[in-house]
Design a binder for this molecule. Structure first.
Ligand SMILES: [Cu+2]
Length: 148
């Protein structure tokens, strides 16, 4: 019984009904990797027309995707997984190097500049979940990401 209710909720979330928050994502990009590098990050600007939260993300091209925050801990830059990122109504929230980011992990092959990484964001607003499809184009940027 519980499983069938969960399945029904998933189906309705995917169909983007009228009550869904209008979430727009701009300037989505991912960091190109060096050969052998198994992790990278994706970054973007997110804006919602209703108070919402980014709960997670997934990608058919990346085995493991997490939402992370990077912060200074003393004089060391560290990152950790976060449960969600608040998307206040009307405010543009930046996922950017040195702050919040989408962590791309266990990469099966390097990401080259120009590659497009499809991402599905899971956003919750008013107790309802919806998905937002994003295409992040890879850019070659100096400075490797810190490993965990
Ligand atoms: Cu990270």
């Amino acid at each position: 019984m519980k499983a069938s209710i969960a399945a029904a909720l998933l189906v309705s979330a995917a169909s983007l009904p009228a009550w869904a928050a209008n979430v727009s994502v701009t300037d989505a990009w991912a960091r190109a990797t060096m050969p052998g590098q198994k992790v990278s990050g994706a970054y973007m600007q997110i804006q919602s027309d209703a108070d919402a939260r980014l709960l997670g993300a997934s990608s058919p091209a990346v085995p493991r995707v997490e939402v992370h925050e990077m912060k200074m801990d003393g004089d060391v830059m560290r990152m950790r997984e976060v449960q969600s990122i608040d998307l206040p109504k009307g405010k543009t929230v930046s996922l950017e190097p040195g702050g919040f980011h989408i962590m791309l992990m266990n990469l099966p092959k390097p990401i080259a500049a120009g590659d497009v990484i499809p991402l599905t964001l899971v956003v919750e607003s008013g107790g309802k979940r919806q998905t937002v499809e994003v295409k992040a184009q890879a850019r070659a940027v100096g400075g490797a990401m810190h490993h965990h």
